[in-house]
Design a protein around this ligand. Structure first.
Ligand SMILES: Cc1cc2nc3c(=O)[nH]c(=O)nc-3n(C[C@H](O)[C@H](O)[C@H](O)COP(=O)(O)OP(=O)(O)OC[C@H]3O[C@@H](n4cnc5c(N)ncnc54)[C@H](O)[C@@H]3O)c2cc1C
Length: 572
């Protein structure tokens, strides 16, 4: 059951207390309550997702992001790599976490990404082969809203229809634009090969977009893992408007620190939820390290200087943060009215599309207002060596950059298209720190964007490769002109443009990374237990040792599915 008010909860003592009802937290809550003997409380700081139309209609994703009440409204510190700009950090303040407001793009990454997790943690359980069953537990492959013929658009054998969270091909395909993208892959099969399914573990190439959408509606962790058949379980309680402040009642057991409960604030009043078995932090890559630091888990010197009693000296808390920078300046005006610009510029078309969605959950609004295809590509490995860089990818079958093809030029008048470039293996690292002992103060977040020259290099090298794609003859009568003449920019001018315009694709991870049991760094062991603590685990995007070469929700779901099994294995 979902509660809005702490006074309505039957009690405050549970077997498991999960902090954060986001991508990961709701998976863990669902899986643990499969066992009727386990009682679970989820503490979620944000609002309900129920009935929020901008979270339900896929096309309204951008409208939702523009509403501050559904966001934590954090901003980064000035980013030297972005010429000193601060950038907005989008983090959902609602049940379902970022899966309730994200762009719904479903991508898993490469097999090598997960094999690298297994290698750095020394636990083969994190390898692709061992995680594939967890991808399948998560994914419920669903026919697209328009029931179009999907032959040649995906590989059924790498998907599962038995999971919980819906995934589908787009319910509206932008046929003219899509045809050009596919035709260009035919013209340039060496550089831009078509890939039937980029979610097979071998992502290289260009493939059709897959999204966490089912029946023309967003499928979030709240609508799926807390769906009606689950949330009615007697042993599953979710409390909204409950912001965890810190872990409390520490004791020492066998040389480890155990915490008796989680302190949280509702309407300015503090309460404590007790966990008899485990506390699980799933507050995301910003929230989780903040709670740890306020609980005395982090770098001892920093904590002591803030007047916080240090309980576990773990300097890696809040370090190793990474996000994938994105550069969206490759835009063209096009000779077609069939782009998203037409919908945004024409109220009649907009209302017709909304009417269709309201009647049948089909049409333009049954898919997000974004990409039709994604490409995952490599740069020449020798170009890295020639510039004294080490190849940052997880292996030869993993990409260096992603391209998102969007039939939208962001034009006030006329029509256009955009091809966004994303650095999928950033080497730059940022941090989450605190500068006060008040847990309700905002943490200090640094993305460290483009601090390592190699990240800038990847974008600079990707630009000419991208321009080459749009030289394929199929585009000839379709493209009118580029919005910016990227082709004739000097390297210096391009670097400056990148630093002045790059932004975040909101794939922030790694702030409480897992590492091998005996490693001298890291925050959690391969079982996701906090080093030096007892009965305390982290299950969310904070534990990624590296960001996978993917959008991060699928990877987070999989960490949570396996994480839930690790918890169960300890207690069943
Ligand atoms: C704008 C945006 C677009 C994105 N688009 C995509 C996409 O298209 N595809 C994709 O794969 N990924 C996308 N992502 C990334 C993906 O959604 C995240 O990686 C994923 O949701 C992370 O899951 P999580 O469980 O770690 O954290 P979250 O999903 O953020 O969940 C954390 C939850 O904890 C709650 N919380 C935080 N602190 C506290 C506290 N102190 N007390 C109680 N509750 C707390 C939060 O309110 C939130 O509900 C996007 C992210 C954003 C922000």
């Amino acid at each position: 059951k979902i509660y809005e008010n702490v006074a309505d909860l039957p009690g405050l003592s549970y077997d498991f207390v999960i902090v954060g009802g986001g991508a990961a937290g709701n998976v863990v809550a669902n899986r643990l309550t499969e066992n009727p003997k386990f009682s679970v409380l989820v503490l979620e700081a944000g609002l309900s997702n129920e009935g929020v139309i901008d979270s339900i209609v896929p096309f309204f994703d951008a409208d939702l992001l523009a509403q501050p009440i559904y966001d934590w409204n954090y901003t980064t510190v000035p980013q030297p790599g972005l010429n000193g700009r601060n950038i907005a950090i989008q983090r959902a303040f609602m049940l379902g976490g970022c899966t309730s407001h994200n762009f719904m793009v479903y991508t898993r990454g490469s097999a090598e990404d997960y094999d690298r997790f297994a290698a750095v943690t020394g636990d083969p359980g994190w390898s692709w082969d061992r995680l594939l069953p967890y991808f399948f537990k998560n994914e419920k492959w669903t026919e697209p809203a328009d029931h179009h013929d999907t032959q040649g658009q995906f590989n059924r054998t790498v998907h599962s229809t038995k999971g919980i969270n819906s995934v589908s091909l787009a319910g509206f395909q932008w046929p003219i634009f899509s045809q050009h993208v596919i035709e260009a892959t035919r013209e340039l099969p060496e550089e831009w090969p078509f890939n039937l399914d980029t979610n097979s573990g071998n992502p290289l190439g260009v493939g059709w977009l897959q999204s966490t959408i089912g029946g023309g509606k967003r499928s979030s962790s709240a609508t799926s893992y807390l769906g009606p058949q689950f949330i009615r379980r007697k042993n599953l309680h979710v409390l909204l408007h409950a912001q965890a402040t810190k872990l409390v009642n520490p004791s020492h057991i066998g040389g480890k620190v155990a915490f008796g409960g989680v302190q949280f604030s509702q309407d300015g009043v503090l309460f404590t939820a007790k966990a008899a078995k485990e506390i699980i932090l799933s507050a995301g890559a910003v929230g989780t390290p903040s709670i740890l630091l306020h609980s005395g888990i982090g770098d001892r010197t920093t904590l002591t200087s803030l007047g916080i009693k240090s309980l576990i000296h773990l300097p890696s808390v809040g370090r190793n943060a990474s996000d994938q920078p994105t550069f969206n300046a490759a835009q063209w005006l096009v000779n077609s009215t069939q782009t998203l610009d037409s919908i945004y510029q024409n109220t009649t078309l907009f209302n017709e599309a909304y009417g269709e969605w309201n009647r049948t959950h089909t049409g333009l609004f049954a898919t997000q207002g974004g990409p039709t295809h994604l490409a995952w590509l490599r740069l020449d490995p020798e170009s890295f060596a020639a510039n004294n860089f080490t190849d940052p990818s997880a292996g030869p079958n993993s990409p260096h950059f992603q391209v998102i093809f969007i039939p939208l030029g962001f034009q006030a008048t006329g029509n256009g298209i955009t091809a966004g470039i994303i650095v999928v293996n950033p080497v730059s690292r940022g941090s989450v720190t605190i500068n006060s002992s008040n847990p309700l103060d905002s943490p200090i977040v640094d993305f460290g964007f483009l601090q390592s020259e190699i990240d800038l290099f990847v974008i600079r090298q990707a630009v000419p490769k991208l321009l080459q794609f749009f030289k394929a003859s199929t585009w000839k009568n379709y493209l009118i002109a580029p919005v910016l003449d990227l082709e004739n920019l000097s390297d210096d001018a391009l670097d400056e443009l990148i630093r002045n315009s790059a932004g975040s694709i909101s794939h922030f991870v790694g702030t409480a990374a897992m590492s091998a049991r005996n490693a001298s760094y890291g925050v959690v062991d391969p079982d996701l237990l906090i080093k030096g603590a007892k009965g305390l685990r982290i299950i969310d995007a904070s534990v990624f040792p590296f960001v996978p070469s993917a959008n991060t929700q699928a990877g987070t779901y999989v960490i949570a599915e396996r994480g839930a099994d690790l918890v169960k294995a300890s207690w069943e």
